[in-house]
Design a protein around this ligand. Structure first.
Ligand code: UDP
Length: 480
């Protein structure tokens, strides 16, 4: 047996969207480099965005297999329904690829849109894990969901009562996930939540010091009844964030090199986030009035959909007029000494790790939130869709690493004052927030380092896969 053949092989299945791809690539990388496994990553895509293509080209250690199902998408459907349609069309492709794999991987690790594939893994004789690229708090909501009675959910959806999750903070309606703002929560969330209970384990992109109470509730409290998902082991393995590309040549990094230490606020709404024209104008005014240095990843306005670029992350917009017409007149000229506009897409991991960046105005996607924390950067939180409001509530009210803007159209005055709070030396509350985020950065480093809690958690998963593979080999040998 060669050294390669003696390694345990695992497969990972990731749904469309850069926010899933980034942590899955990092997970695969760690399994290969730190835990001595082999990894094949199945990437489901109907079309690959520029940002996704760039990432996939860079990842050499992992075997990447694109799954491209043929599917016609309703252009008016929301992004969750589009992902669901693409994922379900990829099911036969995944089954065929796994069935043909030699040797069969010991385990399949899926994301929250791929929980249906756990059944395929089990049917083929593999372990099935879920990697939740969300907070543990969101995971606790999903795990508790199957035991909630209909009345409790209806009270939340229609009467806006908080959702009470045993051992965890309640979810107030104003912070709820977007599926509960519609009637059809059962369609995706309910099915995913039930399928979670069939997993052999759930990996979560979090660590002990970030979400201690929730992790305790999910892993330790014996009195909790998580119904169908009771007994599924939870593995906090975070923070798993995108590594910086060494020697990346970029105008924005050169610009940051010329700025003083901790003087810049970085503004970005993730891969999908878009704002209305009116809101973009207010944001521009707010940044200008704050008199802080800024880098702003800017996209053309979309008035009807706050997740407007989810499937086209990093693609050219076709809007080549510069400066863009939708900015206030004279804005670019007035702010040219202190601000930099980056069209469409920026090297976020590198920007956040730059010594000149002190604050991040963010939509609080979980990856962006973690990237901010691992770089010790305080946040102005501006949630838009999906689980972002839950994340913003957690980051500001519980973890204390940011301040949050109000709902609806956010005024220039509010933006000015929240940006100053995070950036200004003299603001006492801002200083405390900055100290907390720096302490959390250090705790994240300890958790992920060899021997740390998250490192050990992932080592347990890898060991389970190893043991399972050996047992399967023995069983097969005995049967032959
Ligand atoms: N990202 C980036 N450049 C951009 C915007 C986003 O590199 O201009 C990356 C960001 O670093 C993060 C991911 O895209 O890793 C977005 O994931 P997140 O969970 O924050 O939000 P989503 O886009 O899924 O809403």
């Amino acid at each position: 047996m060669t050294a390669q053949e003696s390694k345990t092989n695992v497969a990972l299945l990731v749904s469309p969207g850069i926010g899933h791809l980034i942590p899955f690539l990092e997970l695969a990388h760690r399994l290969v480099h730190y835990h001595n496994l082999q990894a094949t990553l199945f990437v489901v895509c109907s079309s690959t965005s520029a940002a996704e293509s760039h990432l996939l080209q860079k990842s050499s250690a992992v075997n990447i297999v694109p799954l491209r199902p043929t599917v016609s998408l309703d252009p008016n459907a929301n992004f969750i329904d589009k992902i669901k349609a693409i994922m379900s069309a990829s099911s036969p492709l995944l089954r065929r690829s796994l069935s043909a794999a030699q040797p069969l991987p010991a385990a399949l690790i899926v994301d929250l849109f791929g929980t249906w594939a756990l059944a395929i893994a089990h049917e083929l004789g593999m372990l099935g894990f879920v990697f939740m690229t969300t907070s543990a708090w969101f995971l606790s909501l999903a795990m508790f969901f199957p035991t909630m009675d209909k009345q409790m959910i209806d009270d939340h959806v229609y009467s806006h009562e908080p959702l009470r999750i045993p051992g965890c903070s309640p979810v107030r309606f104003e912070n709820t996930v977007s599926v509960f703002e519609e009637d059809d929560y059962e369609g995706f969330f309910g099915i995913m939540a039930r399928e979670l209970g069939t997993a052999d384990g759930i990996l979560s992109n979090t660590w002990q010091d970030l979400e201690p109470t929730t992790i305790k509730a999910l892993t330790e409290i014996e009195t909790l009844t998580y119904g169908k998902v009771k007994g599924v082991p939870i593995y906090p393995i975070g923070p798993l964030t995108k590594c910086c590309e060494p020697n990346l040549e970029s105008e924005v990094l050169k610009w940051l090199d010329r700025q003083p230490d901790e003087s810049v606020i970085y503004v970005s709404f993730g891969s999908g986030g878009t704002l209305s024209e009116e809101q973009i104008k207010e944001l521009a005014w707010g940044l200008e009035l704050s008199q802080q240095r800024f880098v702003w990843v800017i996209r053309p306005p979309v008035d009807t959909d706050s997740s407007g670029t989810f499937f086209t992350a990093g693609n050219e917009s076709g809007d080549h007029k510069w400066p863009p017409e939708y900015l206030p007149e004279g804005f670019v000229n007035r702010t040219k000494e202190v601000g930099l506009l980056v069209p469409i897409w920026g090297p976020q991991a590198e920007i956040l790790s730059h010594r000149s960046v002190r604050g991040f105005l963010t939509h609080t996607g979980w990856n962006s939130s973690l990237e901010s924390i691992v770089n010790g950067v305080a946040m102005v939180t501006w949630p838009l869709y999906a689980a972002q409001k839950m994340n913003a509530a957690e980051l500001t009210e519980e973890v204390g690493v940011g301040v949050r803007v109000s709902e609806g159209l956010v005024s220039r005055e509010e933006i000015e004052s929240k940006v100053r709070k995070i950036m200004a030396e003299e603001d006492e509350e801002g200083r405390e927030i900055r100290e907390r985020v720096k302490a959390l950065k250090r705790s994240g480093e300890r958790a992920a380092a060899k021997g740390g809690s998250s490192y050990n958690s992932l080592a347990e998963v890898a060991a389970e896969c190893d043991i399972f593979r050996r047992q399967t080999q023995l069983r097969r040998a005995a049967a032959a």
